[in-house]
Design a protein around this ligand. Structure first.
Ligand SMILES: Cc1cc2nc3c(=O)[nH]c(=O)nc-3n(C[C@H](O)[C@H](O)[C@H](O)COP(=O)(O)OP(=O)(O)OC[C@H]3O[C@@H](n4cnc5c(N)ncnc54)[C@H](O)[C@@H]3O)c2cc1C
Length: 377
Protein backbone atom coordinates (compact mmCIF):
# COMPACT_ATOMS: atom_id res chain seq x y z
CA UNK A 1 0.00 0.00 0.00
CA UNK A 2 1.49 3.40 -1.00
CA UNK A 3 1.48 6.41 1.32
CA UNK A 4 -1.30 7.90 -0.79
CA UNK A 5 -3.38 4.72 -0.45
CA UNK A 6 -3.09 4.83 3.33
CA UNK A 7 -3.90 8.55 3.30
CA UNK A 8 -7.04 7.71 1.31
CA UNK A 9 -8.04 4.96 3.72
CA UNK A 10 -7.53 7.20 6.79
CA UNK A 11 -9.37 10.10 5.11
CA UNK A 12 -12.33 7.90 4.20
CA UNK A 13 -12.56 6.62 7.77
CA UNK A 14 -12.32 10.13 9.23
CA UNK A 15 -14.93 11.56 6.84
CA UNK A 16 -17.32 8.70 7.58
CA UNK A 17 -17.01 9.43 11.29
CA UNK A 18 -17.08 13.24 11.11
CA UNK A 19 -19.24 14.38 8.17
CA UNK A 20 -22.83 14.64 9.48
CA UNK A 21 -25.46 13.02 7.18
CA UNK A 22 -27.16 16.44 6.70
CA UNK A 23 -23.89 17.76 5.23
CA UNK A 24 -23.95 14.99 2.61
CA UNK A 25 -27.11 16.36 1.00
CA UNK A 26 -26.88 18.35 -2.26
CA UNK A 27 -26.81 22.15 -1.86
CA UNK A 28 -30.33 23.31 -2.72
CA UNK A 29 -29.98 27.04 -2.26
CA UNK A 30 -27.74 29.86 -1.04
CA UNK A 31 -28.93 29.16 2.53
CA UNK A 32 -27.11 25.80 2.48
CA UNK A 33 -23.74 27.48 1.93
CA UNK A 34 -21.67 28.29 5.02
CA UNK A 35 -19.90 31.65 4.63
CA UNK A 36 -18.73 32.06 8.24
CA UNK A 37 -17.90 35.42 9.81
CA UNK A 38 -18.50 37.34 13.03
CA UNK A 39 -22.27 37.50 12.53
CA UNK A 40 -22.79 34.10 10.91
CA UNK A 41 -25.85 32.15 12.08
CA UNK A 42 -25.42 28.45 11.46
CA UNK A 43 -28.29 26.92 9.51
CA UNK A 44 -28.08 23.83 11.73
CA UNK A 45 -25.98 22.21 14.41
CA UNK A 46 -24.67 19.85 11.71
CA UNK A 47 -23.37 22.81 9.69
CA UNK A 48 -21.53 24.12 12.77
CA UNK A 49 -20.06 20.70 13.68
CA UNK A 50 -18.90 20.09 10.11
CA UNK A 51 -17.09 23.44 9.91
CA UNK A 52 -15.48 22.98 13.33
CA UNK A 53 -14.27 19.45 12.58
CA UNK A 54 -12.80 20.40 9.20
CA UNK A 55 -11.22 23.64 10.45
CA UNK A 56 -9.66 21.80 13.39
CA UNK A 57 -7.93 19.49 10.90
CA UNK A 58 -6.92 22.37 8.60
CA UNK A 59 -9.11 20.91 5.84
CA UNK A 60 -11.10 24.05 5.05
CA UNK A 61 -7.86 25.04 3.26
CA UNK A 62 -6.16 21.64 2.82
CA UNK A 63 -3.12 22.83 0.87
CA UNK A 64 -2.24 25.89 2.98
CA UNK A 65 0.68 25.50 5.40
CA UNK A 66 -0.21 24.20 8.87
CA UNK A 67 1.33 27.30 10.49
CA UNK A 68 -1.43 29.41 8.91
CA UNK A 69 -4.38 27.16 9.76
CA UNK A 70 -4.12 24.90 6.72
CA UNK A 71 -3.86 21.14 6.41
CA UNK A 72 -0.33 21.15 4.95
CA UNK A 73 -1.42 18.54 2.36
CA UNK A 74 0.53 17.88 -0.81
CA UNK A 75 -1.26 18.46 -4.15
CA UNK A 76 -1.92 14.70 -4.44
CA UNK A 77 -3.28 14.44 -0.89
CA UNK A 78 -5.54 17.45 -1.47
CA UNK A 79 -6.86 15.77 -4.63
CA UNK A 80 -7.57 12.56 -2.68
CA UNK A 81 -9.43 14.54 -0.01
CA UNK A 82 -11.53 16.21 -2.72
CA UNK A 83 -12.31 12.84 -4.32
CA UNK A 84 -13.27 11.30 -0.98
CA UNK A 85 -15.54 14.25 -0.18
CA UNK A 86 -17.16 13.94 -3.61
CA UNK A 87 -17.63 10.18 -3.06
CA UNK A 88 -19.93 10.79 -0.08
CA UNK A 89 -21.42 14.01 -1.50
CA UNK A 90 -19.93 16.15 1.31
CA UNK A 91 -20.65 19.86 1.09
CA UNK A 92 -17.72 22.28 1.34
CA UNK A 93 -17.56 23.13 5.07
CA UNK A 94 -16.84 26.79 4.29
CA UNK A 95 -17.09 29.02 1.23
CA UNK A 96 -15.47 32.42 1.34
CA UNK A 97 -13.67 35.14 -0.58
CA UNK A 98 -10.97 34.75 2.08
CA UNK A 99 -10.31 31.17 0.98
CA UNK A 100 -10.61 31.61 -2.76
CA UNK A 101 -9.20 35.12 -3.23
CA UNK A 102 -7.50 36.95 -0.36
CA UNK A 103 -5.74 33.93 1.20
CA UNK A 104 -3.70 33.02 -1.91
CA UNK A 105 -2.76 36.71 -2.34
CA UNK A 106 -1.60 36.95 1.28
CA UNK A 107 0.40 33.73 0.94
CA UNK A 108 2.18 35.30 -2.05
CA UNK A 109 2.48 38.96 -0.98
CA UNK A 110 1.72 39.23 2.77
CA UNK A 111 4.29 39.82 5.49
CA UNK A 112 4.85 37.02 8.01
CA UNK A 113 2.86 39.04 10.55
CA UNK A 114 -0.07 39.48 8.12
CA UNK A 115 -0.10 35.76 7.29
CA UNK A 116 -0.18 34.79 10.97
CA UNK A 117 -2.87 37.35 11.73
CA UNK A 118 -5.32 36.87 8.84
CA UNK A 119 -4.89 33.36 7.40
CA UNK A 120 -5.95 31.32 10.47
CA UNK A 121 -9.05 33.56 10.83
CA UNK A 122 -9.93 32.78 7.22
CA UNK A 123 -9.30 29.04 7.68
CA UNK A 124 -11.61 28.94 10.73
CA UNK A 125 -14.32 31.05 9.09
CA UNK A 126 -14.04 33.74 11.77
CA UNK A 127 -13.83 36.75 9.45
CA UNK A 128 -15.92 37.18 6.31
CA UNK A 129 -14.27 39.28 3.57
CA UNK A 130 -15.65 41.32 0.68
CA UNK A 131 -13.91 42.63 -2.41
CA UNK A 132 -13.62 46.38 -2.99
CA UNK A 133 -12.38 46.58 -6.58
CA UNK A 134 -15.10 48.00 -8.91
CA UNK A 135 -16.16 51.64 -8.86
CA UNK A 136 -18.82 53.57 -10.78
CA UNK A 137 -16.11 54.68 -13.26
CA UNK A 138 -13.84 51.63 -13.04
CA UNK A 139 -15.06 48.15 -14.04
CA UNK A 140 -13.34 46.55 -17.03
CA UNK A 141 -10.88 49.44 -16.92
CA UNK A 142 -10.20 48.73 -13.25
CA UNK A 143 -6.98 50.74 -13.05
CA UNK A 144 -9.04 53.94 -13.54
CA UNK A 145 -10.16 53.64 -9.91
CA UNK A 146 -10.38 56.87 -7.95
CA UNK A 147 -10.97 55.88 -4.31
CA UNK A 148 -8.02 57.56 -2.70
CA UNK A 149 -5.90 56.83 0.35
CA UNK A 150 -3.83 59.74 1.66
CA UNK A 151 -0.73 59.15 3.74
CA UNK A 152 -1.38 60.80 7.13
CA UNK A 153 1.87 59.63 8.78
CA UNK A 154 0.42 57.09 11.22
CA UNK A 155 -2.57 56.01 9.07
CA UNK A 156 -4.13 56.03 5.59
CA UNK A 157 -7.17 58.28 5.14
CA UNK A 158 -9.56 56.64 2.66
CA UNK A 159 -12.30 58.48 0.73
CA UNK A 160 -14.36 57.28 -2.24
CA UNK A 161 -16.94 54.79 -3.44
CA UNK A 162 -17.04 51.16 -4.60
CA UNK A 163 -19.92 49.46 -6.41
CA UNK A 164 -21.14 45.88 -6.98
CA UNK A 165 -19.42 44.92 -3.71
CA UNK A 166 -20.90 41.45 -3.17
CA UNK A 167 -22.04 40.85 0.43
CA UNK A 168 -20.52 44.13 1.68
CA UNK A 169 -23.43 44.42 4.13
CA UNK A 170 -22.61 40.97 5.59
CA UNK A 171 -18.82 41.11 5.47
CA UNK A 172 -16.56 41.87 8.44
CA UNK A 173 -13.52 43.13 6.51
CA UNK A 174 -12.78 44.38 3.00
CA UNK A 175 -9.77 43.97 0.71
CA UNK A 176 -9.77 47.22 -1.16
CA UNK A 177 -7.92 48.84 -4.06
CA UNK A 178 -7.10 52.49 -3.47
CA UNK A 179 -5.24 55.22 -5.33
CA UNK A 180 -2.13 56.35 -3.47
CA UNK A 181 -0.59 58.27 -6.38
CA UNK A 182 -1.91 59.98 -9.50
CA UNK A 183 1.45 59.90 -11.27
CA UNK A 184 0.88 56.52 -12.89
CA UNK A 185 -2.38 54.66 -13.59
CA UNK A 186 -1.49 51.07 -12.57
CA UNK A 187 1.59 52.25 -10.63
CA UNK A 188 -0.43 54.45 -8.27
CA UNK A 189 -2.63 51.75 -6.77
CA UNK A 190 -2.25 50.13 -3.32
CA UNK A 191 -3.99 47.16 -1.69
CA UNK A 192 -5.50 47.82 1.76
CA UNK A 193 -7.30 45.64 4.31
CA UNK A 194 -9.75 47.13 6.79
CA UNK A 195 -12.61 46.37 9.13
CA UNK A 196 -16.08 47.24 7.76
CA UNK A 197 -16.96 48.55 11.24
CA UNK A 198 -14.33 51.30 10.99
CA UNK A 199 -16.05 54.71 11.36
CA UNK A 200 -16.80 56.22 7.92
CA UNK A 201 -17.61 52.91 6.13
CA UNK A 202 -21.22 52.51 4.97
CA UNK A 203 -23.07 50.20 2.58
CA UNK A 204 -26.28 50.41 0.57
CA UNK A 205 -27.83 47.25 -0.98
CA UNK A 206 -28.63 47.21 -4.73
CA UNK A 207 -31.70 45.27 -5.95
CA UNK A 208 -31.46 42.90 -8.94
CA UNK A 209 -33.82 41.18 -11.38
CA UNK A 210 -33.26 37.77 -9.67
CA UNK A 211 -34.83 39.19 -6.51
CA UNK A 212 -31.98 38.05 -4.29
CA UNK A 213 -29.13 40.48 -4.62
CA UNK A 214 -25.80 40.23 -2.84
CA UNK A 215 -24.69 43.61 -4.20
CA UNK A 216 -23.98 46.84 -2.38
CA UNK A 217 -22.63 50.26 -3.02
CA UNK A 218 -19.88 50.87 -0.46
CA UNK A 219 -18.90 54.34 0.69
CA UNK A 220 -15.75 55.53 2.47
CA UNK A 221 -15.85 58.86 4.24
CA UNK A 222 -12.59 59.75 6.04
CA UNK A 223 -11.88 56.13 6.96
CA UNK A 224 -8.68 55.77 9.02
CA UNK A 225 -6.72 52.63 8.18
CA UNK A 226 -3.64 51.61 10.20
CA UNK A 227 -0.44 51.80 8.17
CA UNK A 228 0.44 48.12 8.59
CA UNK A 229 -2.77 47.01 6.85
CA UNK A 230 -1.32 47.50 3.39
CA UNK A 231 -0.46 44.32 1.44
CA UNK A 232 2.65 44.57 -0.71
CA UNK A 233 4.41 47.87 -1.27
CA UNK A 234 2.84 51.30 -1.60
CA UNK A 235 1.88 51.91 -5.27
CA UNK A 236 2.51 48.23 -6.11
CA UNK A 237 -1.00 47.00 -5.26
CA UNK A 238 -1.77 46.31 -8.93
CA UNK A 239 0.51 43.24 -8.78
CA UNK A 240 -1.44 41.93 -5.77
CA UNK A 241 -4.77 42.81 -7.45
CA UNK A 242 -3.93 40.92 -10.66
CA UNK A 243 -2.66 37.87 -8.78
CA UNK A 244 -5.87 37.78 -6.75
CA UNK A 245 -7.95 38.13 -9.94
CA UNK A 246 -6.26 35.00 -11.34
CA UNK A 247 -7.51 33.07 -8.29
CA UNK A 248 -10.95 34.67 -8.52
CA UNK A 249 -11.23 33.64 -12.18
CA UNK A 250 -10.12 30.12 -11.36
CA UNK A 251 -12.82 29.97 -8.67
CA UNK A 252 -15.55 31.39 -10.95
CA UNK A 253 -14.59 28.98 -13.75
CA UNK A 254 -15.76 26.21 -11.38
CA UNK A 255 -19.34 27.30 -12.22
CA UNK A 256 -18.81 25.34 -15.44
CA UNK A 257 -18.85 22.15 -13.37
CA UNK A 258 -22.35 22.90 -12.04
CA UNK A 259 -23.41 20.72 -9.13
CA UNK A 260 -21.87 17.67 -10.85
CA UNK A 261 -23.84 15.01 -12.73
CA UNK A 262 -25.35 15.00 -16.19
CA UNK A 263 -28.01 17.49 -17.27
CA UNK A 264 -29.52 14.77 -19.46
CA UNK A 265 -30.06 12.62 -16.36
CA UNK A 266 -31.76 15.50 -14.51
CA UNK A 267 -34.14 16.77 -17.24
CA UNK A 268 -35.87 14.62 -19.86
CA UNK A 269 -37.80 16.77 -22.34
CA UNK A 270 -39.88 15.05 -25.04
CA UNK A 271 -38.63 17.37 -27.82
CA UNK A 272 -35.90 15.40 -29.70
CA UNK A 273 -34.11 18.61 -30.81
CA UNK A 274 -33.80 19.74 -27.20
CA UNK A 275 -32.63 16.27 -26.13
CA UNK A 276 -29.90 16.43 -28.77
CA UNK A 277 -28.80 19.86 -27.50
CA UNK A 278 -28.68 18.52 -23.93
CA UNK A 279 -26.61 15.51 -25.01
CA UNK A 280 -24.17 17.83 -26.82
CA UNK A 281 -24.01 19.99 -23.69
CA UNK A 282 -23.21 16.96 -21.49
CA UNK A 283 -20.31 16.05 -23.77
CA UNK A 284 -18.93 19.61 -23.56
CA UNK A 285 -19.40 19.61 -19.77
CA UNK A 286 -17.37 16.38 -19.46
CA UNK A 287 -14.62 17.86 -21.63
CA UNK A 288 -14.62 20.99 -19.45
CA UNK A 289 -14.38 18.91 -16.26
CA UNK A 290 -11.36 17.07 -17.66
CA UNK A 291 -9.75 20.37 -18.74
CA UNK A 292 -10.46 21.81 -15.29
CA UNK A 293 -8.65 18.93 -13.53
CA UNK A 294 -5.65 19.40 -15.80
CA UNK A 295 -5.64 23.16 -15.35
CA UNK A 296 -5.93 22.90 -11.55
CA UNK A 297 -2.93 20.54 -11.41
CA UNK A 298 -0.85 22.82 -13.68
CA UNK A 299 -1.91 25.94 -11.75
CA UNK A 300 -0.90 24.38 -8.41
CA UNK A 301 2.47 23.25 -9.69
CA UNK A 302 3.16 26.66 -11.27
CA UNK A 303 3.16 25.26 -14.83
CA UNK A 304 -0.01 27.02 -16.06
CA UNK A 305 0.24 30.06 -18.32
CA UNK A 306 -0.46 33.18 -16.18
CA UNK A 307 -3.39 34.01 -18.49
CA UNK A 308 -4.95 30.54 -18.36
CA UNK A 309 -7.50 31.49 -15.62
CA UNK A 310 -9.01 33.83 -18.25
CA UNK A 311 -9.43 30.94 -20.66
CA UNK A 312 -11.02 28.77 -17.95
CA UNK A 313 -13.24 31.57 -16.70
CA UNK A 314 -14.54 32.25 -20.19
CA UNK A 315 -15.22 28.56 -20.93
CA UNK A 316 -16.73 27.76 -17.51
CA UNK A 317 -19.09 30.70 -17.28
CA UNK A 318 -20.35 30.43 -20.86
CA UNK A 319 -20.99 26.73 -20.18
CA UNK A 320 -22.93 27.49 -17.00
CA UNK A 321 -25.13 30.00 -18.84
CA UNK A 322 -25.83 27.34 -21.50
CA UNK A 323 -26.68 24.77 -18.77
CA UNK A 324 -29.23 27.14 -17.24
CA UNK A 325 -30.76 28.06 -20.62
CA UNK A 326 -31.26 24.36 -21.42
CA UNK A 327 -32.66 23.57 -17.96
CA UNK A 328 -35.19 26.39 -18.39
CA UNK A 329 -36.13 25.25 -21.90
CA UNK A 330 -36.59 21.69 -20.65
CA UNK A 331 -38.59 22.83 -17.62
CA UNK A 332 -41.20 24.69 -19.70
CA UNK A 333 -43.54 27.15 -18.01
CA UNK A 334 -43.21 25.33 -14.66
CA UNK A 335 -39.55 26.38 -14.51
CA UNK A 336 -40.69 30.01 -14.47
CA UNK A 337 -42.37 29.46 -11.10
CA UNK A 338 -40.70 32.05 -8.87
CA UNK A 339 -41.25 30.98 -5.27
CA UNK A 340 -41.46 27.15 -5.15
CA UNK A 341 -38.31 26.26 -7.15
CA UNK A 342 -34.97 28.06 -7.51
CA UNK A 343 -34.62 27.35 -11.28
CA UNK A 344 -35.67 30.77 -12.59
CA UNK A 345 -33.58 32.67 -10.04
CA UNK A 346 -30.54 30.47 -10.70
CA UNK A 347 -30.97 31.03 -14.45
CA UNK A 348 -31.07 34.81 -13.99
CA UNK A 349 -28.14 34.72 -11.56
CA UNK A 350 -26.06 32.77 -14.09
CA UNK A 351 -26.17 35.79 -16.44
CA UNK A 352 -23.81 37.57 -14.04
CA UNK A 353 -21.17 34.80 -14.30
CA UNK A 354 -19.72 36.19 -17.49
CA UNK A 355 -19.52 39.70 -15.95
CA UNK A 356 -18.18 39.11 -12.40
CA UNK A 357 -14.42 38.85 -12.02
CA UNK A 358 -14.01 40.51 -15.46
CA UNK A 359 -16.37 40.15 -18.43
CA UNK A 360 -16.13 37.50 -21.16
CA UNK A 361 -14.99 40.16 -23.65
CA UNK A 362 -12.13 41.14 -21.33
CA UNK A 363 -11.11 37.47 -20.87
CA UNK A 364 -11.07 37.02 -24.65
CA UNK A 365 -8.91 40.14 -24.98
CA UNK A 366 -6.45 38.68 -22.45
CA UNK A 367 -6.37 35.30 -24.22
CA UNK A 368 -5.88 37.03 -27.59
CA UNK A 369 -3.02 39.16 -26.33
CA UNK A 370 -1.19 36.94 -23.85
CA UNK A 371 -1.84 33.40 -25.09
CA UNK A 372 -2.37 33.82 -28.84
CA UNK A 373 0.03 36.77 -29.13
CA UNK A 374 -2.39 38.81 -31.26
CA UNK A 375 -1.76 42.56 -31.38
CA UNK A 376 -3.83 45.43 -30.02
CA UNK A 377 -6.33 43.67 -27.73
C1 LIG B 1 -22.47 38.82 -9.89
C2 LIG B 1 -21.42 39.90 -9.81
C3 LIG B 1 -20.66 40.02 -8.65
C4 LIG B 1 -19.70 41.05 -8.55
N1 LIG B 1 -19.01 41.18 -7.37
C5 LIG B 1 -18.09 42.16 -7.25
C6 LIG B 1 -17.41 42.34 -6.01
O1 LIG B 1 -17.64 41.63 -5.03
N2 LIG B 1 -16.50 43.32 -5.93
C7 LIG B 1 -16.21 44.14 -6.98
O2 LIG B 1 -15.32 44.99 -6.85
N3 LIG B 1 -16.86 44.02 -8.16
C8 LIG B 1 -17.80 43.06 -8.32
N4 LIG B 1 -18.49 42.91 -9.52
C9 LIG B 1 -18.28 43.89 -10.57
C10 LIG B 1 -17.57 43.33 -11.81
O3 LIG B 1 -16.20 43.10 -11.53
C11 LIG B 1 -17.76 44.34 -12.95
O4 LIG B 1 -19.15 44.39 -13.24
C12 LIG B 1 -17.02 43.94 -14.21
O5 LIG B 1 -15.63 44.05 -14.01
C13 LIG B 1 -17.42 44.80 -15.42
O6 LIG B 1 -17.35 46.15 -15.15
P1 LIG B 1 -18.61 47.13 -15.43
O7 LIG B 1 -19.82 46.52 -14.82
O8 LIG B 1 -18.22 48.49 -15.03
O9 LIG B 1 -18.82 47.07 -17.01
P2 LIG B 1 -18.04 47.90 -18.12
O10 LIG B 1 -16.57 47.83 -17.86
O11 LIG B 1 -18.66 49.25 -18.22
O12 LIG B 1 -18.35 47.07 -19.43
C14 LIG B 1 -19.58 47.22 -20.18
C15 LIG B 1 -19.50 46.35 -21.42
O13 LIG B 1 -18.41 46.80 -22.27
C16 LIG B 1 -17.53 45.72 -22.54
N5 LIG B 1 -16.14 46.21 -22.59
C17 LIG B 1 -15.56 47.10 -21.74
N6 LIG B 1 -14.26 47.29 -22.07
C18 LIG B 1 -14.03 46.50 -23.17
C19 LIG B 1 -12.86 46.23 -23.96
N7 LIG B 1 -11.70 46.83 -23.71
N8 LIG B 1 -12.99 45.36 -25.00
C20 LIG B 1 -14.18 44.73 -25.26
N9 LIG B 1 -15.31 44.95 -24.53
C21 LIG B 1 -15.23 45.80 -23.50
C22 LIG B 1 -17.71 44.75 -21.38
O14 LIG B 1 -17.32 43.44 -21.75
C23 LIG B 1 -19.20 44.88 -21.10
O15 LIG B 1 -19.93 44.06 -21.98
C24 LIG B 1 -19.47 41.93 -9.64
C25 LIG B 1 -20.25 41.79 -10.82
C26 LIG B 1 -21.22 40.80 -10.90
C27 LIG B 1 -22.05 40.70 -12.15
Amino acid sequence: MTDLDSFRAETRKWLDANCPPEMRQPIRSEADICWGGRNWTFQSDAQRRWLEAMAERGWTVPDWPKDYGGGGLSANEARVLKEEMQRIGARPPLTSFGISMLGPALLAFGTEEQKRRYLPQIAHGEIRWCQGYSEPGAGSDLASLQTKAEDRDDHWLVNGQKVWTSYADKADWIFCLVRTSTESKQGGISFLLFDMETPGVSTKPILLISGSSPFCETFFDDVKVPKEQIVGEVNKGWDVAKYLLGHEREMISGMGLGMGGSLGAAVKPSDPMLRAEIAAFDVDALAFAAMSERFAAMWKSGEAHPASPSMMKYAGTELNKRRNELAMAAGGTEALEWEATPAARTWLRSKGNSIEGGTSEIQLNIVAKHILGLPGA
